[in-house]
Design a protein around this ligand. Structure first.
Ligand code: CTP
Length: 229
């Protein structure tokens, strides 16, 4: 069966999913942090679409200004480290994971326990270390689970997303050209390309809610393929 044949309104009753959303905040001192422009809208829309399909949803959310989707179990986290720990714990008991969070790639090596004073000079250079890659870590342990990642790119969208599909080891990358005003962090629309191991499928400009419905339908299709094989 081709993926396109699966219904746009799948029944995911009994299916458990993990969705991550929003940015992470990486503390510098008690009042300062490194963040990014993610609004969390895409991840929250995906959580709602899964709930509409009847799935049991655990939403692991970074700091956002959005209402919790009714019916979801919401786990609030702040840092990339917290998001990794929560994701690994929840991943053990789900059938699919969609990792839409914009996780910080770097975090300060040291977090000051007091507000750093200008006179100390400690804010001029902040030493950073890489965070763990949650998508890669979960994909390495996925077994029969379906894992979907995102790629936010400003250039060479398909090439970079295809490279991420391979390097992260997930089943699907939702590639978003964030150089476009109608498809960037905070917008209500997206123009994404779904990148599968057998090639890319470009979608037209649509509301984030519609993109979410398509992602849920694709996950349903991949789960059905797994069960049939
Ligand atoms: N991601 C993750 N953990 C990280 C960084 C990213 O799980 N520490 C996940 C995101 O949730 C997303 C995917 O990886 O699903 C791609 O994120 P992106 O920032 O586009 O890619 P990076 O791997 O950070 O690559 P680069 O910054 O070089 O584009």
């Amino acid at each position: 069966m081709r993926r396109d044949d699966f219904t746009a309104h799948p029944d995911l009753t009994g299916v458990r999913v993990l969705v991550t959303a929003g940015p992470t905040h990486e503390a510098i001192d008690p009042v300062r942090y490194i963040a990014n422009a993610s609004s969390g809208k895409m991840g929250y829309a995906i959580a709602r679409a899964f709930l509409r399909a009847g799935a049991a949803v655990t939403l692991i959310s970074g700091p956002v200004a959005l209402d919790a989707p009714e019916g979801a179990e919401v786990v609030h986290v702040t840092s990339a480290e917290e998001m990794l720990a929560a994701s690994e714990e929840v991943f053990a008991r789900v059938d699919a994971a969609v990792l839409a969070a914009a996780v910080a790639d770097y975090t300060p090596v040291r977090v000051a326990d007091h507000k750093i004073k200008k006179s100390e000079g400690g804010l001029r250079v902040i030493e950073l270390k890489e965070t763990a890659d949650i998508l890669k870590a979960l994909s390495a342990a996925k077994g029969p689970r379906v894992v979907v990642g995102f790629a936010a790119e400003t250039d060479d969208l398909i090439a970079h997303a295809t490279e991420k599909l391979t390097s992260k080891g997930c089943d699907l990358i939702v590639a978003n050209d964030v150089s476009r005003a109608d498809s960037t962090f905070g917008s209500d629309t997206d123009r994404v390309t779904l990148v599968f191991p057998d090639g890319p499928r470009a979608l037209p400009l649509m509301a984030k809610g519609e993109v979410a419905e398509i992602i849920v339908a694709e996950v349903a299709g991949l789960l059905a393929e797994r069960r049939a094989s």
